[in-house]
Design a protein around this ligand. Sequence first.
Ligand SMILES: C[S@@+](CC[C@H](N)C(=O)[O-])C[C@H]1O[C@@H](n2cnc3c(N)ncnc32)[C@H](O)[C@@H]1O
Length: 318
Amino acid sequence: MSSDPAPNPHATAEQVEAARSDPKLANVLYHDWEAGTYDEKWSISYDERCIDYALGRFRAAAPWDGRPYLRALELGSGTGFFLLNLMQAGVAERGVVTDLSPGMVDAATRNAQGLGLDVEGKVVDGEHIPFPDDSFDLVVGHAVLHHIPDVAAALREVHRVLEPGGRFVFAGEPTTVGDAYARRLGQWTWNATTTLTKLPALQGWRRPQQELDESSRAAALEACVDIHTFDPADLERTARAAGFDGVRASTEEFSAAMLGWPVRTFEAAVPPGRLGWNWAMFAYHGWQRLSWVDEHLLSKVVPRSWFYNALLTGTTPR
Ligand SMILES: C[S@@+](CC[C@H](N)C(=O)[O-])C[C@H]1O[C@@H](n2cnc3c(N)ncnc32)[C@H](O)[C@@H]1O
């Protein structure tokens, strides 16, 4: 039987108050609460669309010769978006999905079972990974480092559990410059949408007040769970100090992030299901086209620290 703690998707007001000064508790409560609706909220799927996306992020971060890693660990797996889709792409044969939030670990193991993947789940704090030295040949994470208070300690733990010659890949980390414009664009979109949908003619686009209140409460805890933004050069220095070789931080999404954040905020501000398939295709293809512009044109002239997403990789010495 698993010794993992049980999920707590309905935190009390006292627990939420305590979480304001305890980022790890805030992460557990916020993500336990989000686990049941997370895939829907972030349009996460386990089909070609997200397999391509996950593999694209992996390849943008690190070289891969097409041979599968034998045993992979994911930190901060959430519902399993990154590792499960990478496994479906053939990047790893067996995996362990871990997260600080028991609700997320449950969701990720359920998703893995549904996909028929050879995956275990465990509640793990990235600063203290409860596996012996040299347990894995690959460690991955997506949008997790910025939640971990001591990133240097987490990278030292990743180094310890990786066997010699093993690789880590972290993707989806917000840069400091990117986070500043993404937050501003998101806030403007939220204010404009929730104000305009008060007009009688746009009532059908208004999300029920109770759900909007819940989003605002979530946003209050969100401010406690997002701890860091990163400068790519600092990330590289931290990984080298943890003992890694071949360290490289790359970045992506500049104009794509300027479309993506307003789009995601708008989707959260209107009733679920209101926007439909055409909107989803507009958002996805728009993001794809702008990502192409970012990669092939803007990356040649815009400094890497201005792009929204940072990716980091490195290997342990052989
Ligand atoms: C933004 S979500 C990303 C989830 C998933 N990787 C994805 O991209 O969809 C961040 C995840 O990191 C987890 N997390 C936060 N702090 C953590 C820590 N100290 N150790 C491990 N996981 C943590 C959260 O519970 C949450 O599930």
